[in-house]
Design a protein around this ligand. Sequence first.
Ligand code: NIG
Ligand code: FE
Length: 440
Amino acid sequence: MHGSSDAAAPPGLLIEGAASIATLAGGLRRGAAQADAAELSGDSLAVAMWGDRLIAAGPRAEVQRQIEAGGRSIDDFARLDAAGGLVTPGLIDAHTHLVFAGTREAEWQMRSRGAGYLQILKAGGGILSTVAATRAASDQDLLAGARRRLAEMLANGTTTAEAKSGYGLDIATELRMLEVIGRLDREGPVQLVPTYLGAHAVPAEFRDRPDGTEAYVADVVGEQLPAVARQGIARFCDVFCEKGVFDDRQSRLVLTAALEAGLLGRIHADELVPSGGAELAAELGCVSADHLAAPSEAGVAALARVAEAGRPVVATLLPATSWFLGAHHFAPARRLIDAGIPVAMATDLNPGTSPTVGLPLVMSIACVEMGLTPPEALVAVTINAAHSVGLGAELGSIEPGKQADLVVWDVPSLAQIPYWLGGRSARTVIKRGQPVFERG
Ligand code: NIG
Ligand code: FE
């Protein structure tokens, strides 16, 4: 697809013949703007990129004019025919537990017979069974499993993903997970944003102590975090702030130390019951509060206040998790949007509560169960997701100067992305200006 076979591919690429381009230009969305995908439509739309940067998007004649104004000839660009499809920014999966070993289908079936998620964790299963499998796995096993999932993510249109540790819960395995994430990011093509999640659960070796949770929090703050900061891979620190796991005081201790160590903050906030997670995210200036399936009124008000004050915390919702948990209880997305809180969405890819790689499926669930419109859902997995991972200035929209991460879809309208339930409509995926996936 890249010019002639005997010459090196030129650094320029021109996508032509798109029916529609959802540019998502214009920055973080909240309130009514959550529905604005900044869509262009017309007869002959094009997107131009040079090297890894976008240079123009719009009517083809206008794109050509901008190319020439930049001192280049359109003949210097390889061509890609969008064939009447839709072009969007590459999708961004802002919350994943990409690296793990083992599967948990037995626990899933126990849940459908009535066992609770935290009840299974208390009995030493759930997250802790994945911890045991992950500690026992070799680096090669962890890499191979994650590579398979990354290939599927790419085929679903994902070009960037946040990826957490949190199945080690000891220094050695937490650092090893971050090492694996760093290596997969260097391998590409999917770009990864590494997050340290030492406070995901209290590991077996601390649980039998009367002060187990406190002692483990001290280990996270005093031993693990300094080692993670020295290692220099993690950008974010996350905490599972949930009644029965880490309470808001313990979560505050971990996140305060993380912010002091130079990491950005995010929280597994109020996934099952109101636990003070939303309030804590607003108080500490976290970049994102994730889940929010059960925030308190005060938590929603706190997130609305910081958004209004120009210090927004992104609400990163994970509807596939609520659905797979059979919770019949989804994050109050409409209420959050109406309150002026920017909403992103992600898969939460993990072996316990969300074994899926597909953001288009997440968009479908959000439209059906949360009442989002397709443009609101697309905003949530592009520009707002970019902000959720701290990369809003670089990724998430089709604007000159941003990184050239794009998807050419096999469908003509953005509503058809979530409409084809479980569909795989991504036809060509471009990362840093290079086609890296082509549907066979
Ligand atoms: O986001 N709730 C905590 N963490 C994950 C699940 C991890 C697991 O069950 O392995 C979540 O749902
Ligand atoms: Fe999660």
